[in-house]
Design a protein around this ligand. Structure first.
Ligand code: PLP
Length: 405
């Protein structure tokens, strides 16, 4: 059955906004997607009815808030098919989750160890590994791409050796849209005894994730890209690895007993959740996963694929327009440039016509350098976007390009 996009759009009040006199066409979903009323209502209702600190109080509100937070943990477990809630750690987002793994799991890396990354990584999956290099003698090796923006898998395979201690790569590129063959890449790493972190920030809103099937050691993602609240994310880690890892941060919630002589830590998952979490938003995140499931990720993916095909076709009608990223398996994000027009100029002018796109390096400066450009304009699609919004983007570009050429 086809999705009723107009009905879905009704769930997102922000889509009724105008920018000046133009209706908002929101195409910056790769950065953050919009949040449906059902999730916003849940946040308000949590603040109005159950705001109390979790895991600390014997009183009713605290117990209810704790139950809501732990319900979300179970809901996330189910959503990504993890084996246990002990494997689900709440973080502030993908960035914090990767920092946690780099800092805590990276603690065990031997001097002389090698980490395999790819040229298409977001800074969040580069800099935390570089920070580790301040304390350890580690080498970072980088997998290149071909002209379509697909990873060079032969090179990837050739990078493993006895010193390789980690491979970390994105499931989907936030610039090129490339969907990487992560299952095969994980199997290859495991054949060399190397653990793998998958940055799922751009996959989780669009593709069904099954961490057991992927057999990844760590999988990370952010709620705000999944129609959910800002400031929360998830680290999935295999229990046997998380058990052995030292805490990332110290403080309340993550201890079993504290004295000035000796402190013992809480069990999983709380060992990695120091301090008061954003339990109000965590609780609402469950609503968000329910919302996605009520539509169906397969249907969301099919709708976005249609938008990707249509938008690619229409964009390529524009003389001088170049698309960066033409992978055979691609998610609904399109990065492009027109002639030698600066992406900021294009982005700013079409914003005046109501079109919200992303411009710049998209936190992927090494990739920009590899492509020999400073940045791109990026349109990223979500379930509520329509073909007529693609037409509005094309009309806006056709209006402003002559002014900038
Ligand atoms: N990884 C990828 C592939 C991303 O696209 C992003 C955000 O755009 C991040 C990591 C960082 O996510 P967050 O800012 O939610 O921590």
């Amino acid at each position: 059955m086809e999705l009723d996009i107009e009905k879905i759009r009704e769930d997102f009040p922000i889509l009724k906004r105008k920018i000046g006199k133009y209706p908002l066409v929101y195409l910056d979903n790769t950065a953050s997607s919009q949040t449906p009323r059902q999730v916003v209502d849940k946040i308000v209702s949590n603040y109005e009815n159950v705001k109390a600190n979790v895991h600390r109080g014997v009183h009713t509100l605290s117990q209810e808030a704790t139950a809501l937070q732990e319900h979300t943990r179970e809901r996330v477990r189910e959503f990504i098919n993890a084996g246990s809630v002990r494997e689900i750690i709440f973080t502030r987002g993908t960035t914090e989750a990767i920092n946690l793994v780099a800092s805590s799991f990276g603690d065990s890396f031997p001097d002389g160890g090698e980490i395999i990354l790819t040229i298409m990584e977001h800074h969040a999956n580069i800099v935390p590994w570089q920070l580790l290099q301040r304390h350890k003698n580690l080498t970072i090796k980088v997998v290149d791409i071909n002209e379509r923006g697909e990873l060079d898998l032969d090179q990837y395979r050739s990078l493993f050796n006895k010193n390789t201690c980690m491979a970390a790569f994105c499931h989907v590129s936030n610039v090129l849209g490339t969907i990487n063959p992560v299952k095969e890449m994980i199997a290859e790493a495991h054949a060399h005894g190397v653990p793998v972190l998958v940055d799922g920030a751009q996959a989780s809103p669009h593709i069904k994730i099954d961490v057991k099937d992927l057999d990844c050691d760590f999988y990370v993602f952010s709620s705000h890209k999944m129609y959910g609240p800002c400031g929360i994310g998830v680290l999935y880690g295999k229990e046997e690895l998380l058990e052995k890892m030292p805490p990332y941060q110290g403080g309340g919630e993550m201890i079993s007993h504290v004295s000035f002589n000796h402190t013992t830590f809480a069990d999983l998952p709380f060992k990695f959740e120091a301090g008061t979490p954003d339990y109000v938003d965590i609780a609402a995140f469950a609503q968000c996963l329910d919302y996605i499931d009520s539509i169906g990720l397969d249907k969301i993916e099919a709708h976005e694929e249609d938008l990707l095909r249509y938008a690619t076709e229409r964009l390529l009608e524009i003389p001088g327009l170049r698309i960066y990223g033409q992978a055979a398996h691609k998610s609904a994000v399109i990065s492009f440039l027109v002639g030698d027009i600066h992406p900021y100029d294009l982005g700013m002018l079409i914003d005046r016509l109501g079109i919200a796109v992303r411009t710049g390096h998209h936190c992927a400066q090494p990739l920009m350098e590899r492509l020999g450009i400073a940045g791109t304009v990026r349109a990223g699609f979500a379930v509520y976007n329509t073909r007529s919004e693609v037409d509005a983007l094309i009309d806006a570009l056709n209006r402003v390009i002559p002014m900038l050429s």
